[in-house]
Design a protein around this ligand. Structure first.
Ligand SMILES: [Zn+2]
Length: 69
């Protein structure tokens, strides 16, 4: 199960369901009780409660190129 604490701003997440535009990759704009996501395909933003996001995300692609620690 995905841990919300692993998600940071600027990370990319891949969701199980596609956006109506056909994309399923999102950049995290802000985190918190609600997450704000930006669709990488069409550029629209979406507010999603963290619990919903947790169930929707398939994979996470961290923004950092290398592990810092
Ligand atoms: Zn989209």
């Amino acid at each position: 199960m995905l841990k919300l604490s692993e998600l940071k701003e600027n990370d990319t997440v891949v969701t199980k369901k596609n956006h109506p535009c056909g994309g399923n990759r999102w950049k995290i704009v802000s985190t918190g009780a609600d997450f704000k996501l930006c669709c990488l395909k069409c550029g629209r933003t979406l507010i999603m409660p963290s619990e919903t996001l947790k169930k929707s995300v398939k994979t996470v692609e961290p923004s950092g190129s290398d592990k810092e620690e």
